[in-house]
Design a protein around this ligand. Sequence first.
Ligand code: PMV
Length: 353
Amino acid sequence: SDQKIYRASTTAPVNIAVIKYWGKRDPTLNLPTNSSLSVTLSQSDLRTHTTASCSSTYRKETPEDSLLLNGKLEPLTTPRSIACLRSLRALRSELESTNPSLPKLSTYPLRLASSNNFPTAAGLASSAAGFAALVRAIADLYELPQSPTELSLIARQGSGSACRSLLGGYVAWDKGSRDDGTDSCARLVAPKSHWPEMRALILVASAEQKSVSSTAGMQTTVKTSGLFRQRVEAVPQRMLEMEKAIREKDFEAFAEITRKESNSFHATCLDTDPPIFYMNETSKMAIRAVEAINKEAGRTVATYTFDAGPNCVIYYLEKDWDFLAAKLDLALDGKEGWSKERTSDAGGLGVGN
Ligand code: PMV
């Protein structure tokens, strides 16, 4: 019988939203209340590396599917992981039934080994890169013909934001209107090459805080926040304006929408009952620094955004690095709590490219 070990490896980068996903209309399928848009960072900066393997011989040793995450064995028994594996196996099984000479990989136990090249605990969107890499690695192992957009439907079930990491560049996640979620997937707005000057700088708030998980936070916000309802009405227009800013490479507009959107998201969190504080004093220090730098320059040099945690992502254009770096050093160095990670580019390669 077939004793072979089949293997495939891939990397998936982190993406950072400039229009935030916050709120689920269907928590099981991870269907969002609004569309969102992100910039995929470069593979060389923040990414998950995943190897997927399967073999009939695994049945004797470890019949269960397993995941080794940063060297630690994790069960693959969460409903989200199960949903992803089930969808991928179903696609492989379709291939096997139309082509009976293919090995029956869909029936073999899976082993996944995953590692991040950044601290997993730092709250840097590790689930997005993690599920995107898991889906891509298994799709490669199974030699699935599906496009990145089709695979994004599967990654979405793992972690909503993961669907955007299947593509590189500037990526929208259209909320879709169907109840079964088959139109809630990632869409390329522009490739990285469209705006090669774009950069991201990540300020890691080293004073680590245990925060409310995004799933729990979203549920409470949807239930209790009045501001949230206003936000859901405002986001479609903001999406259109953001897509236009990216198409026209209008940094001024990109920056304004990005900071207003981040602040709107965090205001909604504060309006949740009980309130959720993702930003801390260190985060506010970064906002004040960026505001002061733009004021001093007399134009928009940088913009900021925060996810469900205190870390700050600053977007800027390469030509402004020297000015920005010098001013940020003055504003933040010697202050408690920050370490800087500059990306080599933004709008990176996406998975599998
Ligand atoms: O994909 P999740 O469940 O980890 O949620 C991500 C939510 C935010 O990062 C705050 C916003 C976003 O669009 O990525």
